[in-house]
Design a protein around this ligand. Sequence first.
Ligand SMILES: [Zn+2]
Length: 220
Amino acid sequence: MLKGLLSLLVKPNCPLCDRAAESSLCPWCAKQLQKMQRSHPERDWQGELPWFAWGNYGGVLKRAIATLKYENHPELAQLLGFSLGKAWLESPFATPLKGAIVVPIPLHPRKLKQRGFNQAELIGRNFCQYTRLPLQPLGLERCKDTEAMFGLKASDRAANVSEAFIVGKPFQKRKPNAPVLLVDDIYTTGATALSAAQTLRQQGIEVAGMVVVARTIAQP
Ligand SMILES: [Zn+2]
């Protein structure tokens, strides 16, 4: 009883460092997170699949994404999704793509069951809440249970994700009348993103690019 009452009064501590926190992160972690923000995200908006990343994958940003995914802290998706949304609205692409439909990179159903949520969808939901763009969480489906990408070479990653996706039922029924903007938590080599984009493009659906919370340093 007393414990129950206390839990109403005491806010949960910072999920990253266990210090007292007024919002989703303590002031120290929030400040460290800010340091991971990239200064010119718009420079990568080019090529076969343009992409836009809020931050560099490392430090507190890496810990926040891992804590969100593996320690069951889906509430961190709000902070990350809002940060990405704010940077997007400040970019030169927000106005020409103001009608874009946001589609998260899906998880395989088996992994979704295991984790209980798709972090890309949660980030996308919050990104959309901030930017007011429409979300279509079922625009893509994952049909192949790709093995964990960690430790694979770039060429193996590309082979691993080829034909991993199919166009989701809502888009099969009715082709979207606006370009798609993919969303994910991390951009590594872009193999996953390109495979997802190709799946949609093969069905005549326009894909403008991809927004992500963090990008890793490109590997050869
Ligand atoms: Zn903290």
